[in-house]
Write a new protein. Structure first.
Length: 410
């Protein structure tokens, strides 16, 4: 499913960008002095990380300017399929068999509906296809938004660690959050076990909240167990003991973030992540309000962007939070985010994680609106679309990852 224009006609964003120095250029200039130090630090950190290392293989790092300033570099022709010489260039520079990659596109679009498929290796677009849409189409990427919420917490955790938050709002992963200081809306507790829930439990979906769809009216109060008949009054399991993929869990993170950061997820991410990486076509639907708690950025869904801009977010993650020499997200966050738990080895901190045997970590949204990262191959790929789940073959997502990786010839 895709929505109408986000930037081109809302608030004169493009016009405003032309009236001042590009935020991307300002960020690059401000960060160049960090580049050598950061590269050295990343190399040393990766060397010492052992099995948890997520190294990036390939040429020197590349970071694309915003789309309105040229965007991603591409090895594809502006229109049509690449000719023999262009295919050879794709093979030589990126090790990708383009003809084989095209068969993967045929695999991705078999579910029908509108869809898109974008593949980037070594910072080059090597494959990009759309059916019933184009590169500017805006997509609700559904639960892929959870990885954005988790990343916002990664940035905020770094601020807390560095003493940049007021003392009363400082926290870490083991902070118990169902308290007057952090989640006063949850008091009095409807289940005494909630007092043991930590931030780590919420981020890894092990807090004990069951998998139940949130209502459209008073969803945040419902998640807190404060509405009549809410199944969230009582936990389905002790904190830390079991994995439940639960939007109610993520709803608590929405409220908690506003308390810790002093502002909503979207403006925070716009300043700290979206603007610095040139992610300009993005908005976040809201939840709540209308006389109830909120409205706040949904947190567990509702992030609307393009395939190319979602790729920017994945490119930032591929580089463990570093963008053009600026450490926007602490590197340590990805050790948490991309490490499964005992309760679910395939789920980290709101990122899915598999080994095929290459480590593949991905944002996962309804209707297969996913963003995949393969650090060892310096590879990211995005699949967007509006076909519903029943139209896809079993194991579609992992088969897709295997097929893309298998197009690499060196």
């Amino acid at each position: 499913m895709h929505d109408g224009p986000v930037c081109k006609s809302s608030g004169g964003v493009y016009q405003a960008e032309r009236s001042r120095v590009s935020p991307f250029l300002v960020m690059v200039i401000g960060c160049l002095s960090q580049l050598f130090f950061t590269e050295t630090l990343l190399a040393e950190t990766t060397e010492n990380r052992g099995q948890s290392a997520l190294t990036i293989s390939g040429p020197v790092r590349y970071f694309p300017p915003p789309e309105i300033e040229g965007g991603w570099r591409s090895l594809l022709p502006e229109n049509g399929i690449p000719n023999k010489k262009q295919k050879q260039s794709i093979r030589k520079k990126c090790g990708i068999d383009w003809d084989e990659l095209r068969t993967v596109w045929e695999f991705t679009r078999q579910a029908g509906g509108n869809s898109g498929f974008l593949v980037i290796r070594h910072g080059y677009i090597v494959g990009e296809w759309y059916q019933g849409c184009d590169r500017t189409t805006h997509w609700d990427i559904y639960s892929s938004a959870k990885s954005y919420t988790s990343t916002a917490y990664g940035v905020l955790l770094g601020d807390s660690r560095d003493g940049k938050l007021p003392r009363e709002r400082q926290f870490d992963l083991e902070t118990k959050v169902f308290t007057k200081n952090f989640l006063p809306e949850a008091l009095p507790l409807s289940d005494p076990r909630k007092a043991q829930i930590t931030l780590r439990h919420l981020l890894t979906m092990t807090a004990g909240f069951a998998e139940v769809r949130l209502p459209t009216t008073a969803p945040l109060e419902w998640a807190l167990g404060k509405t009549p008949g809410s199944p969230m009054k009582h936990l389905a399991a002790d904190p830390g003991s079991k994995f439940f993929y639960s939007n109610a869990t993520a709803a608590h993170l929405v409220l908690l973030f506003h308390r810790l950061a002093g502002r909503d997820l979207f403006p925070y991410m716009k300043q700290r992540v979206f603007d610095p990486i040139g992610m300009q076509t993005v908005r976040w639907k809201t939840v709540g309000g209308h006389g109830h708690l909120g409205p706040y950025s949904t947190g567990y869904s509702g992030l609307v962007t393009t395939a190319r801009d979602h790729a920017r977010f994945c490119h930032l993650a591929l580089h463990r939070g570093n963008w053009s020499g600026c450490q926007l997200v602490p590197q340590q966050y990805f050790d948490l985010a991309w490490q499964g738990t005992t309760a679910n080895p395939q789920y980290g901190a709101m990122w899915w994680v598999y080994r095929l045997p290459d480590l593949v970590t991905w944002t996962r949204g309804a209707r297969k609106n996913n963003g995949y990262i393969v650090p060892s191959r310096d590879l990211i790929f995005i699949r967007v679309g509006n076909a519903t789940a029943q139209h896809f073959p079993e194991n579609f997502e992992m088969d897709l990852a295997k097929k893309v990786i298998n197009t690499i010839r060196n």
